[in-house]
Design a protein around this ligand. Structure first.
Ligand code: SR1
Ligand code: MG
Length: 393
C-alpha cells in the first residue's frame, strides 16, 4: 500500500504509531510539519512536537528533482539497513534510527532541528572550523569495524550480500560519478558556459585520463574493503556548532575505503575552488580529517588485533607496517576519487551550489576550470597537497 505521503498523510501515519507519537508528545494536531527535501532523490519532512522531533524520509518512484527519471522504491530500505549496520560503531555521529516502514518505504529518525546541511553552512559562513575531525572519526570507525580486519568474514560477507542488491544507486554512481563526465556529448551532463568548451573537450579526449578513470572504476566495483556510506559529500553532513552528523546513507555498498574519503575531500576542494580565499581553511580541514581517521584506524586495529580473519596473525611490528601500507593505499584511492568528484560536480548531472558563490560568470568559469584541472591532476596520481599546490597559483 505504498503512496507518497503529503504532510497531512504523514501526520496521520505517525499518529497511528504509538512509540513515534510518544516521542513527539502532545496530539497529532499539535505537531508542526515542514517539508525540508534538499537532496536529489527523496521527500523529507521534519516533524516537531511538544517533546521531540522526527525526520521522516520517503522514497519516491522517481528522482525527486526529475519526475521523468523513474526509479524503484528500495533506496530508503538500504539507508535503514546502513544505519542499523553502522550505528553501533558511530554513535552520535549520525541521527538516531527510530523506525522503518517497508510498505511506505518510510524511514523515521531523530529530527535534527538545529542542525544545518554542511554545504549550506559553508555557503553562508555559519560552519564552525574543525568539523572534518568528526568526519575522519566517522570514516575511521565505519571503515575499521565493517572491514575484514574488524569483523569475522561471515559478518563482512553478510554485508557484501545485502548491499550488493543496492544496484539502482550503485548504477547511478557508476554512471554519474565514474563514467559520464569523461563521455563527450553525454546527454546527462549539464550544458556549461561556452567559455569552458575547450577545457571540457580536452578533458574528454584525454586517453591517459580515461585509463586512470578505468582503474578507479575497477577499484570502486572490485574492492569490497568495508561498508561505505557511498555518497559522503558536504550535503550528506549536518552541523550545529561542533555537533556533526552524517546523514543519507542510501548509496551504501561494500567498496574501497578511499571512496568515502575522496568524495568528502573532493567537496572541500570544490568549495575552495569556488571560494579561493578559503583554500587554507579547506586544507586545514583535509589535514584534520586525515589525522583523525588515521589515529582512530590505527588505535582500533591495535585494540582489536584479533577481531577479523585478516591480520590476526600479525606481530605488533608487522601490524604497524601493515597499518602504514593500508593507510597509504587509502590516501592514494582517495586522491583519485576526489578528482572524479571534482570533475563530475563540474560537468555532470548533479551539480552543486558552491559555484553559485562565485561573484560573476568569469569567476565561475575560472572556478570550474580550476576544479577540472585539480580533478585531472588527482586522478593522474598526485597527492592532494601536490595537486593543490599545482592548481592554485
Ligand atoms: C540522480 S541522483 C544524483 C546524485 O544525487 C545524489 O546525492 C548522489 O550524489 C547522486 O550522484
Ligand atoms: Mg543524498
Amino acid at each position: 500500500s505504498y503512496r507518497p505521503l503529503d504532510a497531512e498523510a504523514l501526520r496521520a501515519c505517525l499518529g497511528a504509531r504509538n512509540t513515534l507519537a510518544a516521542r513527539l508528545g502532545g496530539a497529532p494536531a499539535d505537531w508542526v510539519l515542514r517539508e525540508v527535501s534538499d537532496g536529489n532523490l527523496n521527500t523529507v519532512f521534519l516533524v516537531e512536537g511538544p517533546t521531540g522531533a522526527l525526520c521522516c524520509k520517503q522514497s519516491l518512484p522517481h528522482v525527486r528533482v526529475d519526475p521523468d527519471w523513474k526509479m524503484p522504491l528500495d533506496r530508503t530500505d538500504f539507508e535503514a539497513r546502513y544505519m542499523r549496520a553502522v550505528s553501533p560503531f558511530v554513535g552520535h555521529l549520525m541521527p538516531e534510527f527510530h523506525a522503518f516502514d517497508a510498505e511506505l518505504h518510510l524511514l523515521v529518525m531523530e529530527g535534527l532541528t538545529h542542525h544545518r546541511v554542511l554545504r549550506t553552512a559553508l555557503a553562508d559562513g555559519t560552519a564552525a572550523a574543525g568539523f572534518s575531525a568528526r568526519i575522519g572519526e566517522y570514516v575511521g570507525r565505519t571503515a575499521f569495524h565493517t572491514s575484514w580486519r574488524g569483523r569475522p568474514f561471515e559478518a563482512v560477507m553478510k554485508n557484501v550480500a545485502r548491499f550488493a542488491r543496492n544496484t539502482t544507486l550503485t548504477r547511478i554512481t557508476v554512471d554519474l560519478v565514474l563514467t559520464d563526465p569523461c563521455v563527450p556529448d553525454c546527454p546527462r551532463n549539464r550544458p556549461l558556459s561556452p567559455d569552458l568548451d575547450e577545457t571540457v573537450a580536452a578533458l574528454q579526449s584525454d586517453s591517459t585520463l580515461r585509463d586512470a578513470v578505468s582503474r578507479l572504476q575497477e577499484r570502486f566495483l572490485c574492492c569490497p574493503q568495508a561498508l561505505l556510506h557511498g555518497d559522503l559529500h558536504t550535503g550528506s553532513v549536518m552541523v550545529h556548532g561542533d555537533d556533526v552528523r552524517v546523514i543519507d546513507g542510501e548509496f551504501a555498498l561494500m567498496g574501497p575505503i578511499g571512496f568515502d574519503c575522496g568524495l568528502y575531500l573532493g567537496n572541500l576542494l570544490l568549495h575552495a575552488c569556488a571560494r579561493p580565499e578559503r583554500r587554507e581553511w579547506m586544507q586545514d580541514e583535509i589535514a584534520l580529517f586525515w589525522r583523525s581517521l588515521e589515529h582512530l584506524y590505527r588505535d582500533l586495529w591495535d585494540e582489536n588485533p584479533q577481531a577479523g580473519d585478516v591480520g590476526a596473525l600479525l606481530s605488533p611490528e608487522s601490524r604497524r607496517s601493515a597499518q602504514a601500507a593500508t593507510l597509504r593505499a587509502i590516501r592514494r584511492d582517495s586522491a583519485g576519487f576526489a578528482g572524479l568528484e571534482l570533475i563530475r560536480r563540474t560537468i555532470g548531472y548533479a551539480q552543486v551550489a558552491d559555484y553559485a558563490l562565485t561573484p560573476d560568470r568569469v569567476a565561475e568559469a575560472e572556478a570550474r576550470r580550476r576544479a577540472l584541472a585539480l580533478g585531472r591532476t588527482l586522478i593522474l596520481g598526485a597527492t592532494m597537497d601536490e595537486a593543490v599546490e599545482a592548481c592554485f597559483q
